[in-house]
Design a protein around this ligand. Structure first.
Ligand SMILES: [Zn+2]
Length: 385
């Protein structure tokens, strides 16, 4: 049923989450339950955003109040509901197959708006799962009737069926002949052919068993569509056939690693030449630059110290008007200099006697003058150590 007529019995404002709880004399809205979320749709012109069951009564969460006593036409969002029925019936087949082959139970089922997961209490290998997937799709191709029964307590006593919980009252048994018999309250498709493709898209270890993610029917089609689009785009970028893109990406990645290594080697060579052109006379060798980042400033500082710089500071423009600095010396303690610059130029940072690092805000001329002034004033000049 997609549509129905019903009389409004009651309507009260929801205490939480907004809207109104509307109760009807009959409904085909499936309330949240058994791992499946509730149907949405309309009662007249009023939107139904949720449905829940308490003590055998279905409460529809409506966006507006409905007048008790009034007749309303109910309509569920059939597209959404049908997709859920596809997922749910697919889940029965997969769970039934896993149960009969391995004896594992489905200990968790989640049917969300985007994907569906099921948890089994034992390990399944990728190869075994692939076999289960193919077997499940054979059940779809057979277009079997999905049978719903309401057996008496006595009949139930002789039946073999899967069930997650002890059920009180009337038990509803849903069977896919040859594949699964299970106690379930949720809506399913009439024939397995309606499920369409059953695709197990992911598996992960979960509490010593498996959590399997599944897509059925139209959801599987949408997934195929988006993956094909991505594969085509990647293929076009790499000038490769869609089924060859993994190898092409691997080769590109290897090539990139090689280039990165080569780039690093050339950068170092360039830095050696650059360091040779910088004069290292006087007490302080200060380099201000806007084209190096990462570890390179420190590398340049070390090259200049190797060439005999007494104290060396490399100031790399940080892009926000500030500088990232590294100051080092092989003879003097540079911590007091770092401290003095930090306090004068809103700086941060610190380090060891031989090297300090941090950030500063100020002009090149001011920082240069302040550093030289401090070195003179503190008596840490070259030749006085
Ligand atoms: Zn079910």
């Amino acid at each position: 049923m997609k549509e129905f007529e019903a009389r409004v019995l009651s309507c009260e404002a929801c205490e939480e989450g907004g809207g109104f709880w509307t109760v009807l004399d009959q409904t085909c809205f499936f309330p949240e339950g058994g791992g499946q979320y509730a149907d949405t749709g309309y009662l007249g012109e009023t939107k139904v955003v949720d449905a829940r069951e308490r003590d055998g009564i279905v409460y529809h969460r409506t966006e507006a109040p409905l007048e008790p006593g009034k007749l309303v036409r109910g309509r569920i969002d059939w597209e959404e509901r049908f997709e859920k029925m596809q997922q749910h019936t697919g889940e029965h087949i997969v769970s039934g197959l896993v149960h009969s082959r391995f004896g594992y139970n489905n200990v968790g089922f989640h049917l969300g708006s985007d994907y569906c997961t099921m948890d089994f209490d034992g390990p399944i290998s990728p190869e075994e799962l692939r076999e289960i997937e193919w077997e499940a799709n054979r059940a779809v191709a057979l277009d079997l009737e999905v049978i719903v029964q309401y057996p008496s307590k006595e009949e139930l006593g002789h039946m073999e069926y899967r069930s997650k919980i002890e059920i009180e009252g009337q038990v509803r048994i849903v069977s896919v002949p040859g594949y699964d018999v299970c106690a379930c309250c949720a809506p399913h498709v009439d024939r397995t052919g309606e499920i369409g493709l059953i695709k197990l898209v992911n598996r992960m270890n979960y509490k010593g068993g498996e959590r399997i993610t599944m897509l059925c029917g139209f959801r599987a089609l949408r997934d195929y569509d988006s993956k094909l689009t991505a594969a085509r785009e990647i293929g076009a970028l790499l000038c490769e056939k869609e089924d060859q893109i993994a190898g092409a990406v691997r080769r590109q990645k290897e090539e990139l690693e090689k280039q990165k290594y080569e780039n690093g080697r050339l950068m170092h060579q360039l830095l050696v030449f650059r360091a040779k052109e910088i004069p290292v006379e006087g007490s302080m060798t200060a380099v201000f630059t806007d084209d190096i980042r990462g570890d390179v400033p420190r590398e340049l500082m070390n090259l200049l110290l190797e060439r005999g710089a007494f104290i060396c500071g490399v100031f790399a423009a940080a892009g926000d008007g500030g500088w990232r600095y590294v100051i080092g010396s092989r003879q003097a303690d540079v911590r007091p200099l770092g401290k003095a610059l930090n306090s004068r130029f809103e700086g941060r940072g610190g380090g060891k006697p031989g090297m300090v690092q941090g950030t500063l805000t100020g002009s090149e001329a001011d920082i240069r003058a302040a550093a030289e002034g401090f070195i003179k004033g503190s008596g840490t000049e070259k030749g006085t150590e």
